[in-house]
Design a binder for this molecule. Structure first.
Ligand SMILES: Nc1ncnc2c1ncn2[C@@H]1O[C@H](COP(=O)(O)OP(=O)(O)OP(=O)(O)O)[C@@H](O)[C@H]1O
Ligand SMILES: [Mg+2]
Length: 249
């Protein structure tokens, strides 16, 4: 593994009018690493990830990819750097089937027509590569379980061959077995060298898949530690900024 980080965010700030959502955030991500990004509601996690995904423009601070400073003015710029994001609301089309959702906007074509056979065949392959089980790629997305929908959204993001994959609360609404499936997808993707940033309030998930955890508090990055050096109690203390006795640090 090279020493140059895949992603390096330094001193990122972002205000919405009088609301200072990000007040100087540092974050580092290495290839093949799963980084947990945690913090209380409103700490600025989603805002920071929207900046990294090109969906929001920050006010100051730098973004470097492979040590090279970049400026994103749109999500397309971030996509060109192979940064993929799955938002919490997933942005899938409920009335379309699984295959269409995977290929939305870049369906394989034969002449002017969508090549449905090839699309379903490729969709089935994509899902099986990631060990995602759906009954059929012809199923409507709206009829799938929350976990299956999440898995399809991740598979769609993975199909763009990202080097960085950002997942904002992928397991929040899932049943136990579905959580397992999403966590093992994350591991599989990271093993291929993708750097994954996982936002979650489910701290137990972090201990299963993450290598490192960055903690945000009120718009700042306040801690950064290897999971191996952490336990849940200490992590809770870091998130709430209290020590073991429960008083404010
Ligand atoms: N578009 C916006 N306009 C105004 N304020 C915003 C906007 N987006 C985010 N904020 C504010 O920025 C702060 C950080 O919000 P953000 O959504 O990044 O938090 P978060 O850490 O993702 O929280 P949660 O865990 O609840 O998802 C909040 O105070 C929020 O109200
Ligand atoms: Mg959020």
């Amino acid at each position: 593994m090279s020493d140059t980080p895949l992603v390096s965010l330094r001193g990122i700030t972002k205000s919405f009018g009088a609301v200072k959502s990000l007040q100087g955030v540092d974050l580092t991500l290495r290839p093949g690493e799963v980084l947990g990004l945690v913090g209380d509601n409103g700490a600025g996690k989603s805002t920071l990830m929207k900046v990294l995904a090109g969906a929001l423009r920050h006010d100051s601070g730098t973004i470097a990819i492979d040590g090279r400073e970049v400026r994103f003015t749109s999500p397309a710029d971030a996509r060109a750097e192979r940064i993929g994001i799955v938002y919490q609301d997933l942005a899938l089309c409920d009335t379309l089937d699984v295959a269409h959702n995977l290929f939305l906007g870049r369906e394989p074509r034969r002449g002017p027509f969508i090549d449905r056979r090839r699309m379903h065949h490729q969709a089935a392959e994509m899902l099986s590569d990631l060990h995602v089980r759906v009954r059929s790629t012809h199923q409507e997305i709206g009829h799938l379980s929350g976990g299956q929908r999440q898995a399809v959204a991740i598979a769609r993001a993975v199909s763009f061959q990202p080097r960085v994959l950002i997942l904002d609360e992928p397991t929040a609404a899932l049943a136990v077995a579905e959580v397992r499936q999403v966590l093992s997808m994350i591991r599989r993707v990271a093993r291929q060298g993708v750097g994954v940033i996982l936002i979650t309030h489910r701290l137990q998930d972090l201990f299963e898949v993450c290598d490192r955890i960055t903690v945000m508090y009120e718009g700042r990055s306040v801690e950064d530690e290897a999971v191996a050096d952490l336990d849940i109690e200490r992590l809770v203390g870091m998130i709430t900024r209290t020590n073991a006795e429960g008083s404010a640090a």
